[in-house]
Ligand binder design. Structure first.
Ligand code: CUK
Ligand code: CUA
Ligand code: CA
Length: 639
């Protein structure tokens, strides 16, 4: 059998695949993006697939029993969850259900998780789908403080918070009058009170234009539609304010001093169709002056939209003609940009062209100068715009002055030097901007580096989240796994260290030093007001409402028989009294579609109607003890 028969392409075919991907993607855009095809240079030309990891890379392997150096917290795309990997091994450490339901932990099953996810009047979940793209951490002193992670849901415009000590989602908020909440970033400091040098705000970019409010008006007149940039209080997870803009938001970045947030805009045209969105030669990166927006909110200079009470400040150009009072600054950048990333030194934001082969470097000092009326044009804040390759999307940094941008069309990662790009922009023809291009497999979206979005960027690892793996792994049917490729960037040359598979679909993530993360070992029973203790355990009945209060301690539940009547509304609360770390029990109830776990000292509950008469074994699903299989109780429902 040759390699083709079993569906595995060999090396020679790999290069064919690379060429095909590059050409077909470029062709699809031909006609609208002539410049893009024309600029393909030697360095960007298709090459063969990169080989297996090099020798030195192999030494990075984490032997059995050894722990990884880093955590990677990554989004899961339309899987709706967040994931935790160990790096460099790529071991999956945890999958954190957020917007999806998960029957391992009972996310979307228990009353507690449903209360976080949001329910309809009948108690069922409002949404069961999610689309997570971006995970960012909370900061203190310009680096991660290990407190929270925040993750977006593009499909239903929700922001979720994950506690890093338990690595569980604890709050979700839905953004009003926003559709397609895509980019998200935490702030790192208060713009005014510099003593608040930690995260108190989360910024959320709204991508899709919609009627405001979206209640059926203006359906046939998209010129009246708009998009909002939202600010959420990180502590309370309530909306602080929104800012209406011209064009749209895509991704978001923030400055270390808390004064600026920015979002790249690919639809400055405010268009409703593909050609319209690609009409302008340049789009923009819109900067928000946080201090001014909040001053307007404080002064009552805002409107509200529809039934929402959230203050909405006008950030459109027409309302912001004087830079000295403007809340927004629209800096023109390459066509249909995707991605805006802050350099770890806090000086620059880099916005990539996507349909332009360029990355635009914007100096924050100059943006502030524009807001102070000291810079003529917003475009004057641009200090470099190197040509780096085809389909540039996201940029990561090594903390040594180099940037790494994913090239979607070229299926490469390009390493370039920011200072050299600035020198070239000033006219230095000898400046060597491009340092190296490396093939990745294939069509990379996000890349992100170890501690790369903090002042502690250490330049050790770069992850390339690729949208296609194609021939990198054994085929598993029509849908292939995607690849997360780990690249060692600590030396002079980039080295591919490992391919990790990813279940659809890798977007953004962060790589965090392991010492930053401090997890809890067990829960505190007192944190649960509904905890079941020996004094209140048992069955309590009020009419047809029955509360079953159950305890678990390996290898038994506190009641061998639980008897209710058909038609009862049963609330089952289970507290795990085991105190040993990781001694988790499950609670599954056949026919009733109930399945969840309780960790040591944790309490969870479910409410359901006992609408099937009969005997049902309530059993432990989580292997906890030699007598795990014996850990079960009879749930009897009298007809
Ligand atoms: S986006 Cu995924 S590759 Cu949603 Cu951050 Cu660019
Ligand atoms: Cu308790 Cu298995
Ligand atoms: Ca555009």
């Amino acid at each position: 059998m040759d390699s083709k028969e079993n569906g595995v392409d060999n090396g020679a075919e790999q290069s064919g695949r690379r060429g095909f991907l590059s050409k077909s993607a470029a062709l699809g855009l031909a006609g609208v993006t002539l410049g893009l095809v024309a600029c393909k240079d030697e360095a960007g030309a298709a090459k063969g697939g990169a080989a297996a990891p090099q020798k030195e890379g192999a030494s990075k392997e984490i032997a059995p029993g050894q722990l990884d150096e880093y955590y990677a917290f990554i989004s899961a795309g339309h899987g709706g969850e967040a994931r935790v990997l160990g790096l460099p091994s790529g071991r999956t450490l945890k999958r954190i259900p957020v917007f999806n339901t998960d029957c391992m932990v009972g996310w979307g099953v228990t009353n507690e998780s449903k209360a976080i996810m949001g329910t309809k009047a009948d108690g069922t979940l409002k949404y069961t789908t999610g689309d997570t793209h971006h995970v960012h951490g909370s900061y203190k002193d310009g680096t991660y403080d290990g407190r929270w992670l925040f993750v977006n849901d593009k499909i239903h415009s929700r922001l979720a918070r994950i506690r890093m000590d338990t690595m569980e989602c604890d709050k979700i908020v839905e953004l009003p009058n926003v559709m397609g909440f895509h980019g998200l970033f935490t702030d790192k400091c208060d713009p005014v009170d510099t003593k608040i040098n930690y995260t108190t705000r989360v910024f959320c970019g709204g991508e899709f234009h919609i009627p405001l409010p979206n209640d059926g008006r203006d359906l046939d007149d998209p010129t009246k539609w708009g998009t909002l940039f939202s600010c959420v209080n990180a502590e309370t997870m309530e909306l602080k304010w929104q800012c209406r803009i011209d064009g749209n938001n895509d991704l978001v970045a923030t400055s270390y001093d808390g004064k600026l947030a920015a979002s790249n805009q690919y639809n400055t045209e405010n268009a409703a169709d593909l050609n319209g969105m690609m009409a302008a030669e340049r789009d923009a990166c819109v900067f928000f002056n946080i201090e001014r927006i909040e001053a307007l909110v404080k002064a009552g200079k805002f409107t509200t939209i529809g039934g929402s009470k959230v203050p909405v400040v006008d950030g459109r150009k027409a309302a912001n003609s004087d830079p000295k009072t403007s809340v927004t600054c629209y800096v023109p950048v390459g066509k249909n940009p995707h991605g805006v990333n802050a350099s770890p030194d806090g000086k620059y934001f880099v916005c990539s062209g996507k349909l332009s082969p360029t990355a635009t470097v914007i100096e924050l000092k100059r943006v502030m100068a524009w807001f102070n009326g000291e810079l003529k044009e917003p475009r004057d804040a641009v200090v470099a715009e190197p040509e780096i390759g085809l389909g540039p999307l996201h940029t990561a940094f090594d903390g040594k002055g180099n940037a790494y941008t994913s090239l979607f069309l070229d299926s490469q990662c390009v390493k370039w030097n920011v200072d050299a790009a600035i020198a070239q922009f000033k006219g230095d023809k000898t400046a060597k901007v491009i340092i190296e291009k490396m093939d990745v497999h294939y069509q990379p979206g996000h890349n992100y580096s170890s501690m790369g979005e903090t002042k502690e960027a250490d330049g050790k690892y770069l992850n390339s989240g690729n949208k296609f793996s194609k021939d990198r792994f054994l085929p598993v049917g029509p849908l292939h796994p995607e690849t997360e490729q780990l690249i060692d960037i600590s030396g002079g040359k980039m080295r591919l260290v490992a391919d990790h598979t990813a279940y659809s679909e890798p977007h953004d993530g962060i790589i965090v030093r392991r010492d930053v993360v401090k997890t809890r070992q067990i829960y505190n029973m007192d944190d649960f007001p509904n905890a079941v203790k020996p004094e209140n355990a048992g069955i309590e009945r009020h009419g047809n409402k029955v509360h079953v209060r159950l305890m678990s301690q390996a290898p038994a539940y506190s009641m061998p028989i639980i008897k209710v009547k058909k038609g009862d509304e049963v609330t089952l609360t289970l507290t795990n009294h085991d105190k040993v770390e990781d001694l988790t029990h499950g609670c599954a109830l056949p026919t009733y579609n109930i399945n969840f776990i309780v960790n040591p000292q944790e309490t969870k509950s479910v409410t359901f109607k006992a609408d099937h008469a009969g005997a049902f074994w309530l059993y432990c699903t989580h292997f906890c003890h030699a007598l795990h299989l014996e850990m079960r109780s009879r749930f009897l429902v009298e007809a």
